[in-house]
Write a protein that binds this ligand. Structure first.
Ligand SMILES: [Zn+2]
Ligand SMILES: [Zn+2]
Length: 369
């Protein structure tokens, strides 16, 4: 096992924020969703989780600084992440994976797999449209949503104030209905959630009047979102616990935010590259020139070589879109076309007539490509 600081790529005096952000980066790089079936990546992922668990805890970090790995070797296996199931790591660091939506960018929603337990509310899905500029810079958005929240009158219990939920008469409070069936294999016990109490085990005898006993009411809510740089249409992020509340005894679902890129008036995006057409005048193409080109990061100079052909594409390296979760930028590609005027001034007309005579109106042929 390597040095924990090296594992996260931070210096020995990195602060908590640096450690957290470094962990996020490393964890996302080796995230199992991004590296399916890659056991080396999984190992790196676990090692990063272990490093983070130590370095994010001041006391453990101090012990580690003093004694190194030996500080945690009692009982074998350090903090023990190597023996941990991936889901446990997701659970352990749930906030890291969901607070900025990083966990879900890759599709599976971080630590959601294999989770069961109390009733969970439904997920809410929304789509937000972003301009290329917003995607380029990253943006904070506040969205208004309508969702089920626990009823304030009964605090989500569904029972009228002064009354209490009672055990469900259908399942006697177990929340399950067992059915024993005879089959050629023998007895088969079929366990299903109780329909009467929807698996809760309890029912309300005197329902709350505000929520009709459901324990939840629809409210307007605002949610603040931190949209990461470089997202594309079809990417989404998850805000854990910002979805619908299921009512009594349950936990809320998630809010899933899909991104949609607005059409840009000038730029065309393909992955992290940005495409742009430009038209120059014939003399500029002959003599070459330097022009100012708009990019997502402002105007930059582009040198056009003398004798450029119409349709030739020039590349502005690193002037495209930043890649999602990476410190790497695409390019901007500028297709240089030669402007053919439909109308010209008197003076331009006479100059062009002279030029036309000088060039003998030569026509050249080439194989089509
Ligand atoms: Zn209520
Ligand atoms: Zn029941």
């Amino acid at each position: 096992m390597g040095d924990f600081y090296d594992t996260l790529g931070v210096s020995k005096n990195a602060d908590a924020k640096e450690i957290k952000s470094a962990y996020r980066k490393v964890a996302m790089k080796y995230h199992p969703d991004k590296n399916p079936g890659d056991s080396a990546a999984e190992e790196q992922f676990k090692e990063a989780a272990e490093a983070y668990s130590i370095l994010s805890d001041d006391q453990k970090r101090a012990q580690y600084d003093q004694f190194g790995h030996a500080a945690f070797n009692q009982g074998g296996g350090g903090a023990g992440f190597h023996n941990m199931d991936l889901n446990d790591i997701f659970d352990h660091f749930g906030d890291i994976f969901s607070s900025s939506g990083f966990g879900s960018i890759f599709g599976s929603g971080g630590g959601r797999r294999g989770r069961s337990g109390p009733i969970r509310g439904s997920d809410l899905k929304i789509t937000i449209s972003l301009t290329l500029e917003e995607i380029f810079k990253g943006v904070d958005k506040t969205v208004k949503i309508k969702r089920f929240e626990p009823c304030g009158d009964c605090r989500g219990s569904g029972a009228a104030p002064g009354s209490n939920p009672v055990n469900c008469p259908s399942c006697q409070g177990s929340g399950e209905i067992r059915q024993v069936q005879q089959s050629f294999l023998g007895q088969v016990v079929n366990i299903q959630p109780c329909h009467h109490c929807k698996g809760r085990g309890q029912v309300v005898s005197s329902p709350c009047t505000k929520c009709n006993g459901g324990g939840k009411i629809k409210n307007a809510a605002t949610v603040n979102l931190e949209i990461p740089v470089g997202v594309s249409s079809g990417n989404y992020m998850t805000q854990r616990g910002e979805g619908n509340h299921p009512g009594e005894g349950g936990s809320p679902g998630d809010l899933i935010i899909y991104f949609e890129e607005k059409v840009h008036p000038l730029f065309e995006r393909e992955g992290s590259d940005i495409f742009l057409d430009c038209w120059i005048q014939y003399p500029q193409a002959v003599f070459g020139t330097t022009i100012q080109v708009p990019t997502l990061s402002g105007k930059v100079k582009l040198k056009i070589p003398a004798g450029i052909k119409s349709g030739q594409v020039l590349r502005l390296r690193g002037k495209g879109m930043q890649e999602l979760n990476r410190n790497r930028f695409g390019d901007q590609l500028v297709r240089v076309n030669i402007e053919t005027p439909k109308k010209v001034s008197k003076k331009a007309k006479s100059l062009m007539e002279d030029l036309s005579k000088e060039l003998n109106d030569d026509v050249k042929f080439e194989k089509f490509n």
